[in-house]
Design a protein around this ligand. Sequence first.
Ligand SMILES: [Zn+2]
Length: 173
Amino acid sequence: MYPAETIYQNAEAFRNSVRSWAAKKGFAVTNHGTSILCSRCSMPNAERKKLEKKAAAVPEGKRRQRKTTRVGCPFKINCSKVDRKNREDKRVKILPSSEFAHSGGCIPSRNQLSVEKRKSGAYTVAANEFHIKSILNCLKTRARVNNGLLREMMKPLFPAGVSLDTKMFLISV
Ligand SMILES: [Zn+2]
């Protein structure tokens, strides 16, 4: 349970606080206006319309099926300014209209968090760094690299506890 009625110095502090709390609990969050939603919430209308428009431009049969992990989870934390009339006062507080329960099949866990992070490309950045270059150099020699060795080489790239399965190895050259 997140401390309700908590006051933050500004919206940024609020978002950072909720984000790190969520990471500890095993779920990812997404900003939506003055609210923070579980990343497995239903897709906001504006975003859905944009995607539908995009899809309509692609001939039928060539449309890619998007995999989604969204289940319409109702979790959300709403906040508002402490003093709406005072422009100088940037403080925000959590509103009682917040919904702290996950449901619809959304069960926060370490595994779920890693899936959400992978989806959002959080690991892609790390993979662009030094390590991946040395791995590619090794592969370039055309020496046989078995899965075990590859896994050992990839391990330092990811936070402890992230399972390295084949989905992780989408390397585009
Ligand atoms: Zn959720």
